[in-house]
Design a binder for this molecule. Structure first.
Ligand code: DX5
Ligand code: ZN
Length: 224
């Protein structure tokens, strides 16, 4: 049974990013989630690929790159050379998602496809045999601190069922957006394995370690 907690550094203190990353690393983060946004694919801008090499200098944990950009193919090699472990590409951001996934694998990283709340799972079904991860967006992408969309729990459940019916489809299910101690239980029960959390982890008063531990134990319990 997989449960991984992935702090999203979008909600870290940008002026103290190194401090926050080291703290999250020490507090038990399994993997770091890095949002790249271009102001076109989503109505916000965030980190650019340069952040990845910087992150690589301060943590040995895997780095998951969430590409919220148009023309993602043009940046796949750059982010992998910089140290990306997994590259997550939106199905809606490219006309040829199959090719994008193949490119990620060719350059030696793990590949994941991301589906927006309004994108049906059927859109990415043909990718099941070649991907390592499906990231189900549980908010509309672009901003931290939004509210979890309740209907996404059913979508995760359906994805988990589809995964179980095909023995050779071996991917993890990840969720991103509005994850806290309540929504993580619903997602874990529905079949999610990897849980991105930004504002809940970095804006909490009780410290990163207790929040990461807390999320992990709720998820593990929900999966029993
Ligand atoms: C939103 C980003 C998320 C964001 C999540 O588009 O993809 O990774 O940081 O933030 P929270 O956990 O605050 O919803
Ligand atoms: Zn993200």
């Amino acid at each position: 049974m997989t449960v991984k907690i992935a702090p999203s550094i979008l909600s870290a203190d940008i002026m103290n990013l190194e401090r926050d990353v080291r703290a999250a690393d020490k507090a038990g983060a399994d993997v770091f989630h890095i949002d790249l946004m271009d102001g076109n694919f989503v109505p916000n801008m965030s980190f650019s690929p340069a952040i990845i090499a910087g992150m690589r200098r301060v943590t040995d944990k895997p780095l998951d790159i969430h590409m919220m950009i148009e023309n993602p193919d043009a940046y796949i090699k750059t982010v992998i050379d910089a140290g990306a472990s997994t590259v997550l590409i939106h199905a809606e951001s490219t006309q040829h998602i199959y090719r994008s996934i193949e490119l990620v694998k060719k350059y030696g990283a793990k590949a994941g496809v991301v589906v927006n709340p309004g994108t049906p799972l059927e859109t990415v079904k043909e990718l099941f045999p070649i991907i390592d991860r499906i990231l189900v967006m549980t908010v509309n992408p672009g901003f931290g601190g939004q509210t979890f969309i309740p209907g996404m729990t059913k979508k995760i459940q359906r994805l988990d069922q589809l995964r179980q019916t095909a023995a050779d489809d071996n991917f993890d299910i990840e969720v991103d957006g509005g994850i806290n101690s309540e929504t993580i239980a619903q997602c874990a029960k529905a079949g999610a394995d990897i849980f991105v959390a930004g504002s809940y982890l970095f804006n909490g008063q009780d410290g990163l370690e207790s929040r990461i531990d807390g999320l992990r134990s709720v998820a593990l319990e929900a999966k029993q």
